[in-house]
Write a protein that binds this ligand. Structure first.
Ligand code: GDP
Ligand code: ZN
Length: 384
């Protein structure tokens, strides 16, 4: 056995899921059988379905990668040592050179230190834990940003190779995608998934406007389109802000977490936020411009708290582009594909036309993997 064979054998041994060509053949055979029996593939609530789902989620969250440039969890920025007289706060909103910060349950407005100002949105984001100094009564300066455990970024409009921070320390990201008006597009969901995973944010897929589904067939199709995400272990909720469906369920998933809501414009994010937190005025408290006159309409995100819910909205943020992800890195964000990559003949397989590509083989026989593989190919094409 030459060294290549040997490496391959070790790969097989290490692979937990599909360990040999024989097993893959078996998989293929079963899939054919299912098709010929005309049995719909619906891995729903079988005895160990929940277990599998959790395992899937584990794989997904550990598969995340750090970006190569720009925003990142990074070390503390600003004053290095815990300093005398430094007060801890949470960033609720940002404006030019200023931040709205929660300190001891109250809101204060503070100026950013020169160092933070210079870095602005690369250095500080809504959701950041910060250290402030009270220069004189009521006059605050933000001097330090603590290390963040997660982040959501987007490409800088002027320099798409740079990632700007949109939110920090978020636990979950709600990906809102309308089932109609506009039509559900899995590719978009997949892109948001990558952006969230990249910064260590757990995703929830939220299919909105389900009141627009008229027939049982419509509903079945939407359900099917959401299947890849369930298979991935990602919570999926179907909601209607109009009728109230799924709102309680979503609220339950968000309780005691810091959540960020993302999605194309028009999918119903604002409506959803109002249903989740009725009475919460979403424009409240945007950072005022310098002299305090009038509201500064920003495209910045801001953090809202409402009866145990803590939500960050991201108005005006149209895309969370995938700048800075290397082609070879991409499969790592598709954990459901990546787990089969161990069986690819080539270690640096891009799962395109390479001979002996296990990912392509599996995608050909398992529908939910096939859907994700198609997205993978499209995203890959768009990189660089
Ligand atoms: P955003 O741009 O994502 O914040 O979306 P909006 O909340 O502003 O909603 C966009 C449009 O979709 C508005 O015309 C809403 O009335 C409509 N819309 C929002 N939620 C629903 C829903 O649950 N059902 C239906 N039928 N329409 C909705
Ligand atoms: Zn491959």
């Amino acid at each position: 056995m030459d060294w290549k064979e040997d490496t391959r054998a070790r790969f097989f041994k290490a692979a937990k899921h599909i360990t040999s060509r024989e097993e893959r053949k078996e998989l293929e055979r079963k899939s054919q059988e299912r098709k010929s029996n005309n049995v719909k593939r619906r891995p729903r609530r079988a005895p160990d379905a929940l277990e599998e789902e959790e395992a899937g989620f584990e794989r997904m969250t550990t598969a995340r990668r750090e970006p190569t440039k720009g925003g990142r969890p990074g070390p503390t920025i600003g004053a290095k040592e815990p300093e005398e007289g430094l007060v801890a706060g949470l960033v609720l909103g940002l404006g030019p050179g200023r931040a709205r910060v929660e300190v001891d349950g109250a809101e204060v407005e503070g100026e950013l230190s020169d160092e933070l100002s210079a870095l602005q949105r690369g250095a500080i984001a809504v959701g950041d834990a910060v250290g402030l100094r009270e220069l004189e009564p009521g006059r605050w300066r933000v001097v330090r940003v603590e290390e963040r455990h997660s982040w959501l970024g987007r490409p800088d409009p002027g320099r798409p190779d740079i990632v700007r921070l949109v939110a920090a320390n978020v636990d979950v990201g709600v990906i809102v995608a309308a089932v109609r008006q506009p039509m559900l597009r899995q590719r978009l969901i997949d892109r948001y998934l990558i952006a969230l995973q990249r910064g260590g944010v757990e995703p929830i897929v939220c299919a909105s406007k389900i009141d627009l589904l008229e027939t049982a067939e419509d509903r079945r199709q939407v359900d099917e389109a959401l299947e890849p995400y369930r298979a991935l272990g990602c919570p999926v909720v179907q909601v209607s802000a109009e009728r109230g469906d799924g709102i309680d369920e979503l609220r339950g998933l968000l309780a005691a977490k810091l959540a960020v809501v993302v999605g194309q414009s028009g999918v119903g994010k604002s409506s959803l936020l109002s249903s989740l937190a009725p009475g919460l005025e979403l424009d409240v408290g945007r950072v005022r411009e310098g002299d305090g006159k009038g509201r500064h309409t920003t495209t910045h995100s801001s953090l809202h708290a409402w009866r145990g819910l803590r939500l960050i909205d991201t108005p005006g943020v149209r895309s969370f582009g995938l700048a800075g992800i290397a082609r070879g890195e991409l499969a790592g964000y598709f954990s459901d594909l990546d787990e089969h990559a161990r069986d690819c003949r080539f270690r640096n397989c891009l799962h395109l036309e390479e001979p002996g590509c296990a990912v392509r083989e599996v995608a050909a026989v398992i529908d939910t993997v096939g859907v994700r593989y198609a997205t993978y190919l499209r995203v890959l094409e768009s990189l660089e």
